[in-house]
Design a protein around this ligand. Structure first.
Ligand code: ATR
Length: 283
């Protein structure tokens, strides 16, 4: 019997997740189906209930339902608790287990695809909404020196405040003192090794108000959006970033971690990323 999975979002039509999971399944010999499901804005819980009733084994959750998924889950993994957001649900017996693979998706892309050692790197995380919240502690847990900047500085401060101790086996790695919160005006004269755009500004063809002097020699500029050359990416190229990346690698890596949670097999992400990149070149 084919095991059924899906991604639920609104909008969802352009999701690459079905393509990615079908490639993972072919590569690992797993018998699964995976489809994109549009849920009405007030219909997320009902959609999850329908999938469970129809015998689905799990689903991914994307904008705008990650927060709702966090509350719907009957148990939540520590990293999703910290993020206060869930992007992966696993249906097991009567349980709905919630997890968040966005953080590890980003750090795997940075470490293994872009070959960056995060330890002691000065990381500027731009934005303090849902996208930033999913990744801030994963960056800090790899000993990056994370600064969160946001227009609404209270949201940045909230993100920089530990919400939960890391699980015991990660306790030593996590140094919450490394997370700072700033407003844009505080960025003058500061430089960072890695600047990550986690704002939604690119959706409106806008960019956050970062100074052009922000890029340290050799800096990486990373936009968590994919499939378009954002104003942030263009700005970074013009003002000295050595490497500029969109978030396509993060998309593939977070999917691989969801696949592992469901199937207990870790797919090789490289050929999948290569194929998607050929379809979605940047610049
Ligand atoms: P998401 O889940 O995509 O993170 P969100 O929770 O609505 O969406 O958060 C959007 C983030 O983008 C916020 O950090 C927001 O900044 P504020 O909290 O100060 O509003 C940020 N953002 C959106 N448009 C922006 C812009 N033009 N310049 C700077 N930041 C922007």
């Amino acid at each position: 019997m084919t095991d059924k999975y899906a991604v639920i979002g609104n909008p969802i039509a352009h999701s690459k997740s079905p393509l990615i999971h079908h490639m993972f399944a072919a590569q690992t010999g797993q018998d699964i189906s995976y489809e994109a499901i549009l849920a009405p804005l007030d219909g997320f819980a009902a959609t999850v209930e329908r999938l469970r009733a129809e015998g689905y084994k799990g689903c991914n959750v994307t904008v705008p339902f990650k927060f709702e998924a966090f509350h719907l889950a009957t148990s939540v993994e520590p990293r999703a608790k910290i993020a206060k957001a869930v992007n992966t649900l696993k249906f097991a017996n009567n349980e709905i287990i919630g997890d968040n693979t966005d953080g590890i998706g980003l750090t795997d892309d940075l470490q293994f695809n872009l070959e960056i050692d995060l330890k002691n790197k000065r990381v500027l995380l731009v934005g303090a909404g849902g996208a930033a919240s999913g990744v801030v502690y994963s960056l800090a847990s790899l000993s990056a020196r994370v600064t969160v900047v946001n227009r609404n500085i209270e949201k940045a401060q909230l993100l920089a405040t530990p919400r939960l101790p890391f699980p015991a086996n990660n306790a030593k790695k996590h140094d919450s003192n490394r997370i700072d919160a700033l407003g844009y005006a505080d960025l003058a004269d500061q430089q960072f090794d890695i600047i990550i755009n986690a704002t939604s500004a690119g959706l409106m063809d806008e960019m956050p108000d970062i100074p052009k002097t922000i890029f340290a020699p050799g800096a990486l500029a990373y936009d968590m959006m994919y499939g378009r050359d954002t104003p942030f990416m263009k700005f970074a190229r013009e003002h000295g970033a050595a490497v500029v990346s969109d978030g396509l690698g993060m998309l593939v890596e977070q999917a691989a971690e969801s696949f592992r949670i469901w199937r207990n097999v870790r797919p090789d992400t490289r050929p999948v990323l290569k194929k998607l990149r050929a379809e979605l070149p940047i610049a």
